[in-house]
Design a protein around this ligand. Sequence first.
Ligand SMILES: [Zn+2]
Ligand SMILES: [Zn+2]
Ligand SMILES: [Zn+2]
Length: 279
Amino acid sequence: MSLAWDITKDGLDEFSEFLTKVSPQKLKMTVDVLTKRIELEALVNNLQERIEMIEGRQVLLKQTREELKKHKKNIEENKNFFITVTESYKKQVTIDGKWTKKAVCCTVCEENCHYPGCTIAKTPSWCEVMKNGYCTTCTGRCPVSNHVRENWRYVQEKREITKTHDDLKKKYEDNLRAAGNKADLMTCLQIELNNAVSDKSKLVEESYQCVIQLEQIALKGNSLSTYVHLDFLVERLKEKEEMEKAMRLERMQNCARKEQPNGMDYIRTTLGFIWPMKH
Ligand SMILES: [Zn+2]
Ligand SMILES: [Zn+2]
Ligand SMILES: [Zn+2]
């Protein structure tokens, strides 16, 4: 319950005033809107992490390509050799923080499905991102049973790894065979890089659509989320040369900066203690 004591007196006054004015139907609607908002925020954060993973994969592929160029002669002579590249991987780290001590994670997708901001649920099934027994966030849209709510989350880390020419040939064995004798490792890497670009592009678009939906909810009286950081997305949209979309988000961001945090943020926190969000 410590969270409840952190709410300021002004916040509580604002909240009490809200409760005296609002009808039960309106309150139910507010809860629905807030739940939707939490769901979208969680998805935007998850998508950002998935995009970062793809960017890690792109770095690895580009480095591998550069390294292979250096070994052109060895490749022609089909000799084995070593290369060192940077790989991104996921690691579990303990969460320490006052407000968001826990995360709902999918152990099958190895993704954070609700982090930060999972303050209310006691178990994954109570988390706002779960709908009809399935997660609305992770890549696999997995059942609740694949999830845990613990005091750790996944983070992306980098490590140096050494690979041999034989490792690479083995990795791309099927692709090489499928493409016939014209194919080489460079072609395989290029195909994988192209796939990464299109995967990333889809996720950036999905994030953008989420933020637009969040904005529409914000127009109904919520300020734009404190959990969603638009800079990341603005940068990725510019990379894709989607200038109009990037500008729309920048305008949104400027408006959000001018706004003060309003009563809704207190209500959202407090509701969790007095009002079951679901069921
Ligand atoms: Zn999953
Ligand atoms: Zn949650
Ligand atoms: Zn999930």
